[in-house]
Design a protein around this ligand. Structure first.
Ligand code: C2E
Ligand code: MG
Ligand code: MG
Length: 635
């Protein structure tokens, strides 16, 4: 369909009726002047009639030429030069018949030339000038031959010479003016084209040439208004390619761009001419189906689009197959305005992804609160980061022997504008699945380094801050570099930063993990294995790991000291860790008996509500202000 008609380009100059009317008017004036000339006896009766006839004949001739469109064969369809030459011929004819004051007739030549200003090229002015001078010379000769009694040759030649001097100057000025006019026309045309380009850029996606979000909203708005009035069907498909990012990452951005263009083309040819496909950005497309089919028809069309997307694609010598997830929202049942329709189609698409991708999902109001919340979380994370809604909370780590705080663990919280304060369990898994964990994880490291430096500068006692790393962050090859850059830029002391990696993450690929841990080690930061004991891995691999700290998972602490198995495991882990010169930190110590039992087993440090939950930096500062590092148990 024709989205926002692109500005018309430069329309070719049409031959307008106006030109004809102008010609008739000019000749009308000429006839009038001729009559006047007769009245004041400049011209005789016969001469006047002959001239009038000639004027009418010439005018009629041109009228016919234009009527049968003979002029279309000429380069200049207005036949300006031909008309001018004809007019000069007529003037010369009249001048010949003037009985005195011939110069008055000749003055008309200048008027005729004025018309040329609008279309003549300099060459045309030269032609006209020469034609005029030649014409007048001929008139003088004819007068000398046929009306010698009426002509004062000297005066006529004097007039001729006067014209010969004046006309070139006139032609020169005319040429200038017409060149200026041409320039103005040209820049006007350029301006129109530039405007068209700007409008095009504002409403179209430069990569695929499809309408963009702005254009889509506008068209959708029209469609919604129309559908409200006519009760015609209207539906929205929200399409998102599955795993597009991995193609971008593995084959490079040019390949990703090529894929997007190809997918745009495939969607375009799958739908009717009257439907619309727009690209919202990234790998998201929206199709608007008007006058649409029923639900079954919509599903069939959606399936056709997914099939087209799923066909094999050649990308830089690789055979690639992509799939997409598609959400459907129908007006007005699934949303009665543009925003609701789009949001619900998006949510339906999102659900299609959650159901395992490469599928179609129709919006239904009971998509489930979970899905809605998950959706809100996923969609809101990027904005949340921009709006500084993420915060690091700090939980003290306490030394069993001295009871003093030896460090803190940084735990992220999201102060969500509508959902309240969210713990990491609510959004970290989602961030991992969308890879948002990479920028988020970087922010955590930066924030921890900044905080460490700020505390140092403020003279708060120095202690390490432990930062949690997720599995996907470990897989990001630029992580070590980022950590080292962050340390350098923030000015934080590397030995005051600790990185926590879960046992499960380490065990994913032991060899690779060891290499990564070594790289971190080289930066001077301390390393801890988090949630130890949940990975069901053999203790033997521990000695291969270049780590300083082992954090025993909360699950083993929970039932201490009553659960004999947990006690035995804890005891073995502590012994083993100490044998490898690692410190052992117990997580989730909530009660005094847990505390006592771990202390008796020789555990080094603990974290838990028994001392304090994680708190904001200013709360921790207040706590340290009050107690120094010797924070008393809360209970
Ligand atoms: P974790 O690293 O094992 O962190 C310890 C978790 O136990 C924290 O939960 C903490 O608040 C909680 N906890 C501490 N003491 C007690 C206690 O006495 N009783 C109980 N029941 N819980 C206690 P939180 O803050 O909800 O964090 C959960 C997990 O989310 C963390 O487990 C960590 O794996 C992850 N996480 C937190 N912050 C980040 C982060 O910045 N980046 C990444 N990648 N993961 C993070
Ligand atoms: Mg941790
Ligand atoms: Mg843990």
């Amino acid at each position: 369909m024709n989205v926002l008609p692109r500005l018309a380009g430069n329309t070719p100059p049409k031959l307008r009726r106006r030109s004809v009317m102008l010609g008739i008017a000019a000749y009308g004036v000429a006839l009038l002047l001729l009559q006047l000339a007769y009245v004041i006896k400049l011209i005789g009766f016969q001469g006047a009639v002959a001239s009038a006839v000639l004027i009418v004949v010439v005018n009629l001739g041109f009228y016919i030429v234009f009527k049968v469109e003979l002029n279309k064969r000429a380069a200049d369809t207005s036949l300006m030069l031909a008309q001018t030459l004809a007019a000069i011929t007529v003037i010369m004819f009249i001048a010949y018949h003037f009985e005195r004051e011939r110069s008055l007739a000749l003055a008309w030549c200048l008027v005729v030339m004025l018309f040329g200003v609008f279309r003549f090229k300099p060459r045309d002015f030269v032609t006209t000038t020469l034609f005029m001078l030649a014409g007048y010379a001929m008139v003088i000769n004819l007068l000398m031959s046929f009306k010698p009694q009426q002509v004062d040759v000297l005066i006529e030649w004097y007039q001729w010479a006067w014209l010969a001097l004046l006309l070139p100057a006139f032609a020169l000025i005319g040429a200038r003016i017409s060149a200026m006019r041409a320039r103005i026309l040209r820049s006007n045309e350029e301006l129109t084209n530039a405007l068209a380009t700007i409008q095009d850029m504002a409403t179209h996606d430069s990569l695929t040439g499809l309408p963009n979000r702005a254009a889509l909203s506008e068209v959708l708005q029209h469609a919604v208004t129309k559908a409200t009035r006519s009760k015609d069907g209207l539906a929205i498909f929200f399409i998102d390619l599955d795993n597009f990012k991995s193609i971008n990452d593995s084959l490079g951005h040019p390949a990703g761009d090529q894929l997007l263009r190809e997918m745009a083309r495939r969607i375009r040819v799958s739908i009717r001419e009257s439907d619309l496909v727009a690209r919202l950005g990234g790998d998201e497309f929206v199709v608007m189906v008007e006058n649409g089919a029923d639900r079954v028809g919509l599903r069939l069309l959606a399936a056709k689009i997914l099939a087209a997307i799923g066909e094999q694609t050649q990308l830089q010598g690789h055979d690639v197959k992509v799939t997409a997830s598609l959400g459907i929202a129908v007006f007005p049942s699934d949303g009665n305005d543009v925003a609701a329709l789009l949001a619900n189609a998006d949510m339906a698409m999102y659900r299609a992804k959650a159901l395992g991708r490469a599928r179609i999902n129709e919006y239904s109001a009971d998509l489930g609160e979970d899905a809605v919340e998950r959706f809100e979380i996923e969609k809101g994370m990027r904005a949340g980061m921009q709006n500084n809604e993420f915060h690091l909370y700090y939980q003290p780590k306490i030394d069993f022997n001295s009871g003093r705080m030896l460090g803190v663990e940084a735990l992220i919280r999201w102060h969500h504008p509508t959902l309240g304060v969210l713990g990491p369990d609510r959004f970290i898994p989602i961030a991992e699945s969308t890879n948002f964990i990479i920028p988020l994880g970087k922010w955590v490291i930066e924030q921890a380094c900044r905080q460490s430096k700020a505390w140092k500068d403020a003279g708060v006692a120095s202690f390490p801050i432990a930062v949690n790393l997720s599995v996907n962050q470990l897989a990001d090859s630029s992580l070590a570099l980022h950590v080292s850059e962050t340390l350098r830029i923030s000015g934080a002391d590397p030995s005051m930063i600790e990185l926590e990696i879960t046992e499960t993450a380490v065990m994913r690929n032991l060899e690779e993990s060891i290499a990564i841990l070594e790289a971190f080690r080289a930066l001077g930061v301390r390393l801890a294995i988090d949630d130890f004991g949940t990975g069901y891995s053999s203790l033997a691999y521990l000695k291969q790991l270049p780590v300083d700290i082992l954090k025993v998972d909360r699950a083993f602490v929970k039932d201490l000291p009553h659960n004999r198995d947990d006690l035995a495991i804890t005891r073995a882990v502590i012994a083993m860790a100490h044998g490898l010169s690692m410190k052992v930190v117990a997580e989730g110590v909530e009660e005094k008996h847990q505390f006592d039992s771990l202390r008796a087993e020789g555990c080094d440090e603990f974290q838990g509500f028994y001392c304090r939950p994680a708190m904001q930096s200013h709360e921790l500062e207040a706590l340290l202000d009050r107690h120094g590092l010797a924070i008393p148990p809360e209970k």
